[in-house]
Design a protein around this ligand. Structure first.
Ligand SMILES: *Cc1c(COP(=O)(O)O)cnc(C)c1O
Length: 481
């Protein structure tokens, strides 16, 4: 029988330590290639995983179960720290972030009330205050969330209720009625799908999200935004928010923040910046000016599990004005009694959508302290420089077509050497790289064409690694795989 917990008792501590050591040994043995994947095909992975008896009658104990993981699960993982892993906005996890996960798990604090995490509550508040000051919010507030999608849902919810409150309607206690047919918001045609989902969840539906055209640099077209807002107003609708994307998922393009802010002020709309990707530029002394104007937003989504390289999950929503969080407040007699809060027991349950919530702010605190502003400056600037290098290289090679001059670290391209079916050729190149070389790049569709994509996040990646990628692509293309 395994022990139950890590406790104050010596025997529990000893068993826990041994378990950690054995786990480290297994990690060391299974992480044994510079490639990001060992090449198994989907059916092979499925076969191994489904051969596991999920709930045996008699437990097999720690050692045997760990061995099953070692044989059947870990060999089919991808290794995000590998230099050949560049498909998605899915980052390697900084080692102090992984160590934080151990602390988070061992202490298992929860963020909903002070008595479930006295230090944790204060760490989160302290971290949120730092984020607010980094982004120029002097009277700001916010919360750590599970990811950009949740941060965006929260933002759209706050924006909707702020607008309705301005119009004298209490959306907390009343059904939306006719408002559900009138409220509309705006985001670019290449913004993240979480806003469509959020609008659906908020009772407004996909149709309430107006998809504004983008210009030749994949940024929101301000004239189209203005036209759409004016048309909607003429038709008796109520525009309540504009969502600027600060780093689109595919291109890393950044919407014109200052102009969007002007239009928001003019028409009384809330401005949210979805900076899940691009928020990290705030740490780069060389590139932070690319997101200037973000301080005009009413709220900002920040993902720490993307460019900041912290383990999943870790995101934040910050708001310019503390009062924006009012729609989230709720009194539960068993959690956040008013008289307790007057005594200084702060309960964060009133700042987010979740109740029980992980102590993810520890990862931010720890890694910020470990590396400092300079350490993050290096990490983020390096990825942007790598993207610039790869883009220039591809642009100057007639075998490739490029689309976006990267503003952050995503590069979209496609192979255009000889083939009658370029879409298929590019798809095949990606599959060949994945299963024959353990190199992962992304595939997407750009202007109706199948394109390839690299999202560079790894500070270990050097120019020669990018040269090698281009070589491999040409090699496969020439074999016409
Ligand atoms: C990744 C991403 C999201 C979604 O964030 P998750 O953390 O994956 O939920 C939202 N917006 C943009 C621009 C993104 O790149």
């Amino acid at each position: 029988m395994s022990n139950y917990f890590f406790t104050d008792e010596g025997s529990d501590k000893k068993v826990f330590k041994e378990q950690i050591q054995k786990t480290l040994d297994v990690l060391e043995q299974t992480y044994d290639t510079p490639k990001c994947y060992k090449g198994a095909l989907p059916e092979e992975v499925k076969k191994e995983i489904t051969s596991i008896d999920v709930l045996p009658d008699e437990g097999m104990g720690f050692d045997k179960a760990l061995n099953v993981l070692k044989e059947k699960v870990l060999p089919y993982m991808v290794f995000p720290p590998s230099k050949t892993y560049m498909a998605h906005l899915h980052s390697p996890a900084l080692s102090e972030g992984v160590v934080s996960e151990l602390i988070i798990g061992a202490y298992n604090q929860s963020m909903d009330s002070w008595d479930q995490g006295p230090a944790a509550t204060n760490v989160e508040i302290h971290v949120i205050n730092k984020l607010c000051s980094l982004f120029g919010f002097n009277n700001g507030d916010g919360a750590i969330t599970s990811g950009g999608s949740q941060s965006n849902l929260t933002a759209l919810f706050l924006a909707r209720d702020a607008k309705l409150a301005d119009l004298g309607f209490d959306a907390k206690h009343n059904a939306l009625g006719d408002w559900s047919k009138k409220l509309v918001c705006y985001t670019s045609e290449i913004s993240h799908f979480s806003f469509d989902k959020a609008s659906h969840l908020l009772g407004l539906g996909y149709n309430a999200v107006r998809h504004v055209k983008t210009d030749s640099c994949y940024r929101m077209d301000i004239n189209d935004l203005r036209n759409k807002v004016e048309t909607d107003i003429k038709n008796g609708l109520v525009p309540f928010a504009v969502v600027a994307t600060v780093g689109t998922t595919d291109f890393g393009s950044i919407d014109p923040l200052v102009e969007i802010h002007k239009i928001c002020s003019e028409y009384g709309m809330y401005m949210h910046s979805d900076a899940a990707y691009g928020s990290a530029l705030i740490m780069s002394s060389k590139y932070k000016n690319r997101i200037s104007g973000i301080e005009y937003s009413d709220s900002i989504t920040i993902d720490f599990h993307k460019m900041f390289l912290l383990p999943i999950s870790c995101s934040a929503i910050i708001v310019k004005n503390k009062n924006y969080l009012d729609p989230l407040s709720f009194r539960a007699v068993y959690l956040n009694r008013e008289e307790e809060e007057e005594l200084g027991y702060e309960n964060l349950v009133s700042k987010g959508l979740q109740t029980t919530r992980r102590f993810d702010s520890l990862k931010v605190l720890f890694s910020f302290m470990v590396r400092g502003a300079k350490g993050f400056d290096e990490i983020i600037s390096k990825s942007v420089e790598n993207a610039e290098y790869l883009y220039e290289k591809l642009k100057n090679d007639s075998d490739f077509e490029t689309f976006n001059k990267p503003e952050i670290s995503a590069v979209i391209f496609r192979y255009v050497g000889s083939s009658s079916d370029l879409n298929n050729l590019n798809k095949n190149i990606r599959h060949a790289l994945m299963h024959m070389c353990g190199i992962f790049i992304g595939e997407t569709e750009t202007e109706g064409k199948t394109t390839l994509k690299t999202t560079l996040l790894n500070p270990r990646t050097e120019k020669k690694d990018l040269d090698e990628l281009v070589c491999k692509i040409k090699e496969f293309a020439n074999k016409n795989v």
